[in-house]
Design a protein around this ligand. Structure first.
Ligand code: CTP
Ligand code: CA
Length: 223
Protein backbone atom coordinates (compact mmCIF):
# COMPACT_ATOMS: atom_id res chain seq x y z
CA UNK A 1 0.00 0.00 0.00
CA UNK A 2 0.99 3.66 0.14
CA UNK A 3 4.43 3.22 1.62
CA UNK A 4 5.95 6.51 2.71
CA UNK A 5 9.15 7.28 0.86
CA UNK A 6 11.77 6.40 3.47
CA UNK A 7 13.93 9.46 2.80
CA UNK A 8 11.03 11.89 2.80
CA UNK A 9 9.44 11.41 6.22
CA UNK A 10 8.01 14.94 6.15
CA UNK A 11 6.32 14.64 2.76
CA UNK A 12 2.92 16.40 2.74
CA UNK A 13 3.68 17.92 6.13
CA UNK A 14 4.03 21.63 6.73
CA UNK A 15 6.97 22.87 8.76
CA UNK A 16 6.81 26.50 9.89
CA UNK A 17 10.15 28.07 10.81
CA UNK A 18 10.83 31.57 12.12
CA UNK A 19 14.25 33.11 11.57
CA UNK A 20 16.29 36.25 12.13
CA UNK A 21 16.14 39.02 14.65
CA UNK A 22 12.94 41.05 14.66
CA UNK A 23 13.31 44.82 14.32
CA UNK A 24 11.33 47.20 16.45
CA UNK A 25 11.16 50.69 14.98
CA UNK A 26 11.76 53.80 17.02
CA UNK A 27 11.46 56.28 14.14
CA UNK A 28 12.07 56.16 10.36
CA UNK A 29 15.84 55.92 10.79
CA UNK A 30 16.24 53.86 13.97
CA UNK A 31 15.27 50.51 15.44
CA UNK A 32 16.25 48.09 18.16
CA UNK A 33 16.97 44.49 17.32
CA UNK A 34 18.61 41.28 18.45
CA UNK A 35 22.01 40.00 17.44
CA UNK A 36 20.82 37.21 15.14
CA UNK A 37 21.77 36.43 11.54
CA UNK A 38 18.97 33.96 10.83
CA UNK A 39 21.43 31.29 9.68
CA UNK A 40 20.14 28.59 12.06
CA UNK A 41 16.56 29.09 10.83
CA UNK A 42 17.58 29.01 7.17
CA UNK A 43 19.62 25.83 7.78
CA UNK A 44 16.54 24.26 9.39
CA UNK A 45 14.45 25.29 6.40
CA UNK A 46 16.85 23.52 4.01
CA UNK A 47 16.97 20.44 6.25
CA UNK A 48 13.16 20.24 6.47
CA UNK A 49 12.80 20.73 2.72
CA UNK A 50 15.29 17.92 2.10
CA UNK A 51 13.09 15.64 4.25
CA UNK A 52 10.18 16.39 1.92
CA UNK A 53 8.33 19.02 3.98
CA UNK A 54 6.39 22.00 2.68
CA UNK A 55 8.44 24.67 4.39
CA UNK A 56 7.12 28.07 5.34
CA UNK A 57 9.92 30.37 6.45
CA UNK A 58 8.79 33.45 8.37
CA UNK A 59 11.87 35.59 8.33
CA UNK A 60 13.05 38.90 9.69
CA UNK A 61 16.38 38.53 7.86
CA UNK A 62 16.78 40.72 4.81
CA UNK A 63 20.22 39.46 3.77
CA UNK A 64 20.01 35.68 3.48
CA UNK A 65 18.98 34.05 0.24
CA UNK A 66 15.66 32.20 0.30
CA UNK A 67 16.40 28.48 -0.10
CA UNK A 68 15.04 26.87 -3.27
CA UNK A 69 11.58 25.38 -2.81
CA UNK A 70 10.87 27.16 0.47
CA UNK A 71 8.05 29.70 0.74
CA UNK A 72 9.15 32.90 2.40
CA UNK A 73 6.99 35.26 4.44
CA UNK A 74 9.06 38.37 5.15
CA UNK A 75 8.34 40.20 8.42
CA UNK A 76 10.01 42.96 10.37
CA UNK A 77 8.52 43.24 13.86
CA UNK A 78 7.65 40.68 16.54
CA UNK A 79 3.96 41.54 16.12
CA UNK A 80 4.12 40.87 12.37
CA UNK A 81 5.94 37.59 13.05
CA UNK A 82 3.31 36.60 15.61
CA UNK A 83 0.50 37.27 13.14
CA UNK A 84 2.22 35.32 10.34
CA UNK A 85 2.81 32.32 12.64
CA UNK A 86 -0.83 32.40 13.80
CA UNK A 87 -2.08 32.17 10.21
CA UNK A 88 0.06 29.07 9.52
CA UNK A 89 -0.29 27.32 12.87
CA UNK A 90 -3.45 25.21 12.41
CA UNK A 91 -2.10 23.41 9.35
CA UNK A 92 1.49 23.02 10.61
CA UNK A 93 2.95 19.69 11.75
CA UNK A 94 6.11 21.22 13.20
CA UNK A 95 6.75 24.81 14.29
CA UNK A 96 10.32 25.89 14.98
CA UNK A 97 10.84 29.23 16.72
CA UNK A 98 14.46 29.87 15.83
CA UNK A 99 13.94 33.63 15.51
CA UNK A 100 15.41 36.01 18.04
CA UNK A 101 12.18 37.79 18.91
CA UNK A 102 12.47 41.20 20.53
CA UNK A 103 11.20 40.94 24.08
CA UNK A 104 10.22 44.63 24.03
CA UNK A 105 9.25 47.26 21.49
CA UNK A 106 9.16 51.04 21.73
CA UNK A 107 5.81 52.18 23.10
CA UNK A 108 5.45 54.59 20.16
CA UNK A 109 6.74 54.35 16.62
CA UNK A 110 7.32 57.94 15.48
CA UNK A 111 6.61 58.98 11.90
CA UNK A 112 9.23 61.73 11.98
CA UNK A 113 12.89 61.41 12.84
CA UNK A 114 13.63 62.27 16.47
CA UNK A 115 15.98 65.28 16.68
CA UNK A 116 18.66 65.42 19.36
CA UNK A 117 18.62 68.10 22.02
CA UNK A 118 20.59 68.92 25.15
CA UNK A 119 18.66 66.58 27.43
CA UNK A 120 19.06 62.87 28.00
CA UNK A 121 16.56 60.71 26.19
CA UNK A 122 14.31 58.12 27.80
CA UNK A 123 12.82 55.48 25.53
CA UNK A 124 9.86 53.60 26.97
CA UNK A 125 9.60 49.98 25.89
CA UNK A 126 6.55 47.77 26.24
CA UNK A 127 6.58 43.99 26.26
CA UNK A 128 5.96 41.89 23.17
CA UNK A 129 3.81 38.78 23.54
CA UNK A 130 5.70 35.50 23.77
CA UNK A 131 4.91 33.76 20.47
CA UNK A 132 6.21 30.33 21.52
CA UNK A 133 4.35 30.38 24.85
CA UNK A 134 1.14 31.39 23.07
CA UNK A 135 1.55 28.50 20.61
CA UNK A 136 2.31 26.15 23.51
CA UNK A 137 -0.97 27.02 25.18
CA UNK A 138 -2.89 26.49 21.89
CA UNK A 139 -1.19 23.45 20.43
CA UNK A 140 -3.03 20.32 19.37
CA UNK A 141 -1.13 17.97 17.03
CA UNK A 142 1.79 20.36 16.43
CA UNK A 143 5.36 19.50 17.50
CA UNK A 144 6.80 22.71 18.94
CA UNK A 145 10.52 23.47 18.93
CA UNK A 146 11.97 26.52 20.65
CA UNK A 147 15.46 27.84 21.11
CA UNK A 148 17.15 29.27 24.17
CA UNK A 149 20.06 31.65 23.79
CA UNK A 150 21.90 31.79 27.10
CA UNK A 151 25.19 33.06 28.44
CA UNK A 152 24.98 31.29 31.83
CA UNK A 153 22.97 28.52 33.65
CA UNK A 154 22.07 26.99 30.29
CA UNK A 155 20.41 23.82 31.60
CA UNK A 156 18.33 25.55 34.25
CA UNK A 157 17.07 28.29 31.93
CA UNK A 158 16.45 25.96 28.99
CA UNK A 159 14.47 23.46 31.10
CA UNK A 160 12.50 26.36 32.54
CA UNK A 161 11.57 27.52 29.03
CA UNK A 162 10.59 23.95 27.99
CA UNK A 163 8.07 23.74 30.82
CA UNK A 164 6.84 27.32 30.90
CA UNK A 165 6.25 27.59 27.14
CA UNK A 166 4.93 23.98 26.82
CA UNK A 167 7.38 23.24 24.01
CA UNK A 168 8.21 19.67 22.96
CA UNK A 169 11.87 20.55 22.50
CA UNK A 170 14.20 23.38 23.45
CA UNK A 171 17.49 23.74 21.58
CA UNK A 172 19.85 25.56 23.91
CA UNK A 173 22.82 27.60 22.79
CA UNK A 174 25.54 28.84 25.07
CA UNK A 175 26.18 31.97 23.03
CA UNK A 176 29.30 32.77 25.05
CA UNK A 177 31.07 29.76 23.50
CA UNK A 178 33.37 30.48 20.55
CA UNK A 179 31.67 28.13 18.06
CA UNK A 180 28.07 28.66 19.10
CA UNK A 181 25.32 31.13 18.55
CA UNK A 182 24.74 34.34 16.66
CA UNK A 183 26.22 35.21 13.28
CA UNK A 184 28.42 32.10 13.08
CA UNK A 185 28.37 29.25 10.58
CA UNK A 186 28.83 26.69 13.33
CA UNK A 187 26.86 25.85 16.42
CA UNK A 188 27.08 23.68 19.54
CA UNK A 189 23.78 22.96 21.25
CA UNK A 190 22.08 20.88 23.90
CA UNK A 191 18.58 19.55 23.26
CA UNK A 192 16.06 19.36 26.09
CA UNK A 193 12.84 17.38 25.80
CA UNK A 194 10.14 16.38 28.22
CA UNK A 195 11.00 13.09 30.01
CA UNK A 196 14.32 12.68 28.17
CA UNK A 197 17.93 13.12 29.16
CA UNK A 198 19.56 16.17 27.53
CA UNK A 199 21.21 15.42 24.16
CA UNK A 200 24.45 17.26 23.46
CA UNK A 201 25.33 17.98 19.84
CA UNK A 202 29.01 18.80 19.53
CA UNK A 203 30.40 21.63 17.38
CA UNK A 204 29.29 21.28 13.78
CA UNK A 205 28.04 23.36 10.87
CA UNK A 206 24.60 24.90 11.40
CA UNK A 207 23.41 22.76 8.47
CA UNK A 208 24.52 19.53 10.17
CA UNK A 209 23.06 20.66 13.51
CA UNK A 210 19.76 21.45 11.76
CA UNK A 211 19.66 17.93 10.30
CA UNK A 212 20.34 16.41 13.73
CA UNK A 213 17.62 18.51 15.37
CA UNK A 214 15.02 17.32 12.85
CA UNK A 215 16.18 13.70 13.09
CA UNK A 216 15.67 13.80 16.87
CA UNK A 217 12.31 15.55 16.51
CA UNK A 218 11.16 12.82 14.09
CA UNK A 219 11.96 10.06 16.58
CA UNK A 220 9.94 11.87 19.27
CA UNK A 221 7.01 12.60 16.95
CA UNK A 222 6.45 8.98 15.99
CA UNK A 223 6.55 7.77 19.59
N1 CTP B 1 10.25 33.72 21.85
C1 CTP B 1 9.01 34.00 21.32
N2 CTP B 1 8.41 35.22 21.54
C2 CTP B 1 9.03 36.15 22.27
C3 CTP B 1 10.31 35.88 22.83
C4 CTP B 1 10.89 34.65 22.60
O1 CTP B 1 8.43 33.13 20.66
N3 CTP B 1 8.42 37.32 22.46
C5 CTP B 1 10.84 32.39 21.61
C6 CTP B 1 12.16 32.40 20.86
O2 CTP B 1 11.96 32.37 19.46
C7 CTP B 1 12.81 31.12 21.37
C8 CTP B 1 12.29 30.99 22.79
O3 CTP B 1 11.10 31.78 22.85
O4 CTP B 1 12.37 29.99 20.65
C9 CTP B 1 13.25 31.43 23.85
O5 CTP B 1 13.69 32.77 23.57
P1 CTP B 1 14.69 33.46 24.58
O6 CTP B 1 14.91 34.87 24.16
O7 CTP B 1 15.89 32.57 24.77
O8 CTP B 1 13.89 33.40 25.95
P2 CTP B 1 12.87 34.38 26.66
O9 CTP B 1 11.71 33.56 27.09
O10 CTP B 1 12.56 35.57 25.81
O11 CTP B 1 13.64 34.84 27.97
P3 CTP B 1 15.00 35.68 28.12
O12 CTP B 1 15.24 36.44 26.84
O13 CTP B 1 14.74 36.54 29.29
O14 CTP B 1 16.07 34.64 28.40
CA1 CA C 1 14.19 36.88 24.86
Amino acid sequence: LLNKEPNLPLKNKKVVITAGGTKERIDPVRYITNDSSGKMGYSLAIAARNLGADVCLISASKTLQTPYGVSLIPVETAQQMHHAVDVEFDTASIVIMSAAVSDYRPEQVLNEKIKKNEQEMILKLVKNKDILATLGSQKKHQFLIGFAAETTNVEEYAKGKLVKKKADMIVANDVSKPHAGFNKDTNEVTIFMVDEEPVELSVNSKQAIAEEILAIALTKMTK
